[in-house]
Every structure is written in structure tokens, then in C-alpha cells.
Design a binder for this molecule. Sequence first.
Ligand SMILES: Cc1cc2nc3c(=O)[nH]c(=O)nc-3n(C[C@H](O)[C@H](O)[C@H](O)COP(=O)(O)OP(=O)(O)OC[C@H]3O[C@@H](n4cnc5c(N)ncnc54)[C@H](O)[C@@H]3O)c2cc1C
Length: 391
Amino acid sequence: MERFDAVVVGAGPAGSTAAWRLARAGASVLLIDRARFPRDKPCGGGLTLRAVREAPVDVSPVVEDVVDRMELRLNFGRTFERGGDKPLVWMTQRRRLDAHLLEEAARAGTVVRDGVRVTGLTEEPDGVTVSWEGGRARSAVLVGADGANGLSARSLGFTSSYVHGVAFEGNVRYDHVSQGRYGGRVVVELGGIPGGYGWVFPKGDHVNVGLGGWEEEGPRLRTELRRLCAEHGVCLEDLEEIRGYRLPLREPTSVLARGRSLVVGDAAGLVDPVSGDGMFEGFLSAQYASEAVLDVLAGRAGALEPYGPRLAGRLARQLWASWGVKGALDRFPRTTFAVARTQIVWRAVERLVRGEVSDIGEVHGLARPPLKALALLARAAGDPGRAYRGA
Ligand SMILES: Cc1cc2nc3c(=O)[nH]c(=O)nc-3n(C[C@H](O)[C@H](O)[C@H](O)COP(=O)(O)OP(=O)(O)OC[C@H]3O[C@@H](n4cnc5c(N)ncnc54)[C@H](O)[C@@H]3O)c2cc1C
């Protein structure tokens, strides 16, 4: 049986950056993924600047477009555009980003095994045994980074309290849509799907078009995607690689770590409820997880439990606000849209997206009154995020 300080299951953004951080700190690390790389993952590929700030390695080699403006529309009617001065989002393709992060993890000293599906995890008091067809490894700690459909969270008993969104997307080449219209710009379509939105994201030679919402909206998504495409002058038939995927959203009570195991990224249900983004949370959780792992490996802590409350505390206000805005958009779309379009609120949104403030609690000054109005709308919608605030 092979032995490592840490085994990381899953080589998405969360797993590869956790492995990178641990290997760089001198730990022996095995990173396993069932897919052979390069592999794709259904995703808009939008790296907000706050996600870029959190990434421990330079991701600029795989950036295909830089977005500095956002166009928001309600029910394919009222529209506003903001930005145009500083970058907000870097656009990549997951096939390229994830291969790049995996290579960086390997370069930092991680032992990488792709094309290997983990089939079992056995917890013991002082470590974890990881099994796959034809092999096993023993490690002092396990990082579960195997995404929305992985086995770590399930087999470790961490997932009993997740809810899910679902998203559906595809790519259209610039032969069929105008690069002048979409390049450097994100288009967000609100009001169409309960619990979500539609988007058009620019890439090097195509745009990514997609939409998401509550899981029960799944059966409607193909029809809604056709409508979204038509609004942007595209035939659904010109969309390539159409696919859907789940977005896992943790509840305040969900467990993030126990004994010698923890979960990061989508395996931990860390997708933001209003934006559907998960890469910032993937990078952030990988950072907090690697700190907790290094404490255990160095004998400074006996178990990984401190990771859970630390991460939940860092994300508490963000989750409270995001769930609130999601509730307000579902219940009062027009009023919420009207408040969001004000320049003052938009400046606050830009600062959050760029990571200049870590959450809404750090936004002061003139933005407070309209943000209070949003908070009132959220409260009138049942304040769906209140339980996170105390997490
Ligand atoms: C349609 C859509 C659009 C999105 N758009 C954006 C966006 O624009 N920006 C953003 O920030 N977020 C976006 N997200 C969310 C984002 O894609 C996820 O939050 C992100 O991929 C999470 O990264 P991760 O590393 O946790 O998991 P993943 O990227 O899902 O990686 C998990 C890995 O685990 C591997 N694995 C699974 N099971 C096993 C096993 N048994 N053994 C070994 N390996 C296994 C998988 O092969 C995979 O490589 C979007 C999501 C969807 C569905």
C-alpha cells in the first residue's frame, strides 16, 4: 500500500490548488481524478477578479477574454449596462484552466494520477484509506474535492443537508454571433427562471450561453435555452457541446470536516446561491483546508474540525446576502432590479466582484441606504439566508 501525508480526490480548481498548497509546504500529496486531463466541466468559465486574487498560481496563461462591463436585463425588456473602466471577470475555458492548475500542482511536487476513479474511502482514527480499481493508498488526511457528483461527501456522511440548483449551457462560435457585441462584456438575463438567470459569456473564439435555476426547473431548461438563444439571434442548433450539471448549495448545518477528512469546493456545496459561481469558493476553501491539514501534519491540531467553523464564518455574511438577493429577485424582480441598477449599488457590486471588499458588511457610505432597501426586500421575501449569518 502506498503512503502519503495527504490524498486529494478530484482535480478541479479546489482539488488542484489544495494539492499545490500542500505540496509547496513540503507534504507528500497524491491527487487522483477519474477523468483523463485535459477534461472539460460544464461551467461558464468566468473567474471574477476576487477568484483570481484567491488563486495561488498565475492563471493568466489560460485567460481568453477580459470582461470590464456587465449588461443586465429583466424579462428580455428593461436593460442597463455598467462598468467599462476596470476589469471585472477573466474568461477561461475549464478544459484549459483545470489542466493548467493540475500541471502547476504536479510541478509543485504532487503525485498526479488521472483516469483513476476512487471507489471507496475508509476512515480510521489516524488516517484514511483510499481505494480504486487495482490500488489503495493510505494517508494521514483526506481532502474531498470531487465536486457535485463525487463520492467523498456522500461516503463520509457530510451531505445530508444540501439543496441543488441546475444549469444548462453550450458554446456558439463567433461565426454565428458578433464578437464586437459580446467581447469584453457579460450579459445577464434576469427574471426568466425561478432561482437563477441566463448568461452570455465571451471566450476566445466563441461565446458560452447558458442558464440555471432551482433543480426542479431542469425539465424547462432546454426550452428556456432556445428562447435565450433566440433573443440573442442564435439558433439552438448552432450551440455546440450542450450539457447540464448540478450546482450544490450547502445548508448552514452541513458538516465540512470530521476527524482526518474534509471537503472543499462543490463537494462541500460552496456554490454561491445567487451568482452560481463556485471557483472563488473552491480556491478559498482549498486555502483554509490546506492550513487545517498542515496543522494536523505538524501536530499543532489533532483533527481537521476547526476548518468547518472557520470557513463557514468567512462565508457567513456573503451567504446571508446572496440568499437574500436570490429570494428578493424571485419574489420582487422588478423592485430588486430597480435598486440594483442604481450607480451606488453597482459600485458596491463591482467592489465585491473585484475582491476589493470581502463581503457586503465592508461596504460603507452612500451605498448603505440602497443596500438596506435590498435587505428589506430580502426580509419581505422571508430572509432565506438568515440561518447562515449565525453559522
Ligand atoms: C453550467 C455551470 C456554469 C458555471 N459557471 C461558473 C462560472 O462562470 N464561474 C464560477 O466561478 N463558477 C461557475 N460554476 C460553478 C463551478 O463550475 C464549480 O463551482 C467548480 O467547478 C467547483 O470546482 P471543484 O474543484 O469543487 O469541483 P469540480 O470542478 O467539479 O471537480 C471535481 C473533480 O472530481 C473528479 N471526481 C469526481 N468523482 C471522482 C471519483 N470518484 N474519483 C476521482 N475523481 C473524481 C471529477 O472528474 C472532477 O474533475 C458553474 C457551474 C455550472 C454547472
